[in-house]
Write a protein that binds this ligand. Structure first.
Ligand code: ARG
Length: 564
């Protein structure tokens, strides 16, 4: 329908001597806030200003041209001030939207824009031997959703976890473990125990030199160091995988910083050959001052490599292996400069695909005092604690509503509800914004929350369960206002999904899903479904709502519940 409006506008504009592309028109079309103001609206001030005409005058001229041509399913147009408002034929519109949704089901809203080209979405990427904190939680939730959003546009997605399993901190960890570590304690609760060691070693400057030498040994292949490192890695990964399983998140590839030792040497060589390296106080750097990006450190004075070196090596290796059309790094915005440097160096090395690398950054979770959480100071919130607290809260809420629920079903539902609370609680925020971490907000189950979405879905499902009517009807005898509002909202899902892709913004979907659930609940509060005269039509509408809400939830990484 929107396409139709665009075509009509394009032709009419041409007749008054203005030529705009479909895309330009599409970007200007607005969705009026109330049904009275039409279904689509086109403001004329921006073109009027350019050609020195009064917008009201121009709106009238364009509308006159429109009125002279056939408009198909556009029923009426009206000019109010500088706006041209379009009214669609509601019956046609309803029929088209519902038929489309019910036919396409889980594909409704998807496109083949990506033509199966590959996109690597790298996200989560926690650091081995450190707890999976809430910073990584953000990356995990947002990155997973971005992957789903891209996949919905027809790309082939590779979800990749790039573990922080190499670097100077392992020198510290090995040093700490050798000085005061105990095997039994490590086995019992590996991550928390390693964190203790890490905090302790960081407090004492005495160990700095020794720690550095351990990392050097590790990079040079010392067996004892390697075996300790391997043990830390295996124990941590086991814990991380437990968390991913609970979160319902699957990675196609686990990679890590430790995997590029060989490639790193060739990167250093290549940089040398391409005359990009220079010495600075004994270290090797790429000078990016010209681009206002400072120095990108490649090799330390003692010959050990750095985070940036590993990122260069991994990007080059990945491009060779996957030939990706895009690579998205979902990483906190505190690493902005790092990624700007990496992309610039790749570009200077002559890799044209560097421009297809994107740092989709996110803001931080801040503590209630507005300050950062810091692992080094031991000020961390553990992912497991958040999850467990939210699950037990969900259990209480569910048991209040349904006393006779089996233990297994309670576990299942509580987990899904908790995930909805946590995921949605994060995704509804603009990605790049800092947010204060407030565990109470996570466990609120009303209003603009994930559980509210699940509740709306379950409510719709219970209507379908109760009905015995077999008849199907895609059109009512009379269309109510709230029914039409809901249908219009349903019709907006494809453009929401596309916009979420264009901006790599799950928040677009989160907001859409919330508004959709609100429209559904308003409709259901006012319009009887079961045993009403319009039962067969309203049931189709409920079904369509469930399909679209489920599609939205899936993009966020969530699954609906049949009952709640
Ligand atoms: N492990 C890193 C951290 O926790 C994030 C890794 C981001 N990805 C990358 N390719 N550098 O800070």
């Amino acid at each position: 329908m929107k396409k139709r409006v665009i075509t009509i506008l394009k032709n009419a504009l041409k007749e008054v001597g203005i030529s705009l592309t479909e895309k330009q028109i599409q970007e200007r079309i607005e969705l009026p806030p109330t049904l009275k103001m039409g279904d689509y609206s086109f403001p004329c001030h921006f073109i009027a200003n350019k050609i020195n005409k009064k917008p009201e005058q121009l709106a009238l001229e364009i509308s006159k041209k429109i009125k002279e041509t056939p408009k198909g399913d556009i029923e009426n147009i009206q000019v109010i001030g500088p706006y041209i408002n379009f009214f669609v034929n509601r019956k046609d519109f309803t029929k088209n939207v519902l038929t489309d949704i019910i036919k396409k089901k889980e594909k409704f809203g998807s496109t083949s824009l990506g033509h199966k080209q590959k996109i690597i979405v790298e996200f989560s990427s926690p650091n081995i031997a450190k707890p999976f904190g809430i910073g990584h939680l953000r990356s995990t939730i947002i990155g997973n959703s971005i992957g789903n959003i891209c996949s919905f546009q027809g790309f082939k997605i590779i979800k990749m976890n790039y573990l922080g399993d190499w670097g100077t901190q392992f020198g510290k960890m090995i040093c700490g473990y050798k000085n005061f570590g105990k095997e039994e304690k490590l086995k019992k609760d590996p991550i928390k125990y390693l964190l203790k060691i890490y905090v302790k070693i960081n407090k004492n400057k005495k160990y700095e030199e020794e720690s550095r030498s351990y990392f050097k040994k590790l990079e040079n292949g010392n067996k004892e160091c390697f075996l300790l490192w391997k043990k830390f890695k295996e124990l941590s990964l086991k814990e991380f995988k437990k968390i991913y399983e609970k979160l319902g998140i699957i990675f196609n590839v686990y990679s890590g910083e430790s995997m590029y030792n060989k490639e790193m040497k060739s990167v250093v060589k290549e940089l040398q050959q391409k005359k990009l390296l220079r010495k600075s106080r004994g270290a090797l750097v790429v000078d990016l001052k010209k681009y206002n990006l400072g120095f990108c450190l490649i090799q330390k004075t003692d010959g050990t490599t750095l985070y940036a070196t590993r990122d260069l090596a991994s990007a080059i290796t990945r491009h060779k292996k996957y030939n990706f059309s895009k690579m998205i790094y979902e990483v906190g915005q505190e690493q902005k400069l790092h990624f700007q440097q990496i992309f610039k160096v790749l570009n200077l090395m002559g890799y044209s695909w560097a421009k297809e690398c994107i740092h989709a950054n996110h803001g931080l979770y801040l503590d209630k005092d507005g300050k950062k959480f810091s692992t080094r100071k031991g000020k961390t919130i553990f992912m497991e604690d958040i999850l467990n607290n939210t699950i037990s809260f969900a259990k209480k809420e569910i048991s209040k509503r349904e006393e006779k629920i089996s233990k297994k079903e309670l576990e299942h539902r509580a987990l899904k509800v908790a995930l909805a609370a946590i995921f949605y609680g994060d995704l509804k925020n603009t990605r790049t914004q800092n947010i204060v971490f407030n565990p109470k907000k996570f466990t609120s189950f009303e209003g603009d929350t994930g559980p509210y979405l699940l509740y709306s879905y379950a409510r719709a499902n219970s209507i379908l369960k109760k009905c015995k009517c077999k008849e199907r009807k895609i059109l009512p005898n009379k269309l109510e206002k709230l029914e039409f509002s809901l249908i219009k909202k349903l019709s907006q899902f494809p453009s929401s999904a596309l916009e979420a892709y264009n901006n790599l913004s799950p928040a677009h979907i989160a907001h859409y899903a919330f508004e959709l659930a609100q429209d559904f609940n308003e409709f259901y509060d006012q319009c009887h479904v079961i045993d009403s005269k319009e039962e067969s039509f309203r049931l189709e509408l409920v079904k369509a709502f469930m399909i679209v809400l489920k599609n939205s939830l899936n993009l966020l990484g969530l699954e609906p519940l049949e009952r709640m």
